[in-house]
Write a protein that binds this ligand. Sequence first.
Ligand code: UDP
Length: 368
Amino acid sequence: MKYDFLVVGAGLFGAVFAHEMRLAGKSVLVIDKRAHIAGNIYTEQEAGIHVHKYGAHIFHTSNERVWNYVNHLTCFNNYINSPIARYKDELYNLPFNMNTFYAMWGVTTPAEAKAVIEQQKAAAGIAHPANLEEQAISLVGTDVYEKLIKGYTMKQWGRACRELPAFIIRRLPLRFTFDNNYFNDTYQGIPIGGYTAMVEKLLEGVEVILGAPYRSFSKETGHQFERIIYTGAIDEFFDYSLGELEYRSLRFEQELLIGCANYQGNAVVNYTEEEIPYTRIIEHKHFEFGTQPDTIISKEYPAAWSRGKECYYPVNDERNNDLYEKYRQLAAGQKQVIFGGRLGQYKYYDMDKVVEAALELAASVADR
Ligand code: UDP
């Protein structure tokens, strides 16, 4: 059989692209090496709770088109992410805002908070922040850095903050209002019924083969494909011929707590001290205002990545970005294959950016 497209990876990028191609009347086959669809946004219902099996995902965007698009697929609840940071026995609100600064220093006005930050920044003598540590101190001062950023970031990325790019910390809003919303975006929420149902909707009417790794599938299949959309790791596609890109992996310890209706009072609690090996505990029911008698929590342990482990985060430092650029050039020579998504483009993409990129790609191939 001859298809217009083979989409490798049934995650968000692949599913949006496949959906668009189906609507455009193209023939599409989606394959995924896992036994389920939805990639890392996969959710599974357990004890009546939608569990985010590969880590918490909160949809947020300021792109109206993307928001309308996902709302056509499913209804979103009005969950607003407001994580708590726990440093030893101290609790702080995130992102860094007036509630954080009040708890840290007792300051009650934006002017007072800014004055403390300025003074700490001046004492550290940073004029041009060149890495994550310097960037963090110049944004929020030494105290917030030491208690809420340093340990968490070291655990998360497996290296010191001085050896990490500054952009990672700029993901987080910094504001001088009493506002605990973790995101600055206009729209936010969690799909009612879980992410898996949303991806199912995208893949309605699309042929999907699960448990099918690309390499063996492409060797064995008798089908032909006009184009291939590859959303797996780009270095793996090329058999690591130019060397390995670095990824960060995660391991989750999930617990069902029978008879405990509310374990931590919030969906996300970050453990920011270095001594505790996990970075956060997710209590899934709070993403959907659950009232079940039991609860499910997941402890999230950052882990070194090696071949065969799941890639969660690209490590976008200079070395890796340079290497990615070389892979990208190699990819440009592969006229049949288009690389997309967090792993295909080696980019720390949020979900809305993934949807946006998949829609853009769909529009560009439809034009041809
Ligand atoms: N971060 C931190 N302390 C926190 C939360 C985040 O230092 O309590 C830093 C850390 O370096 C992390 C980055 O901010 O890698 C981005 O955090 P975000 O919550 O956006 O990460 P994600 O949800 O993508 O894992």
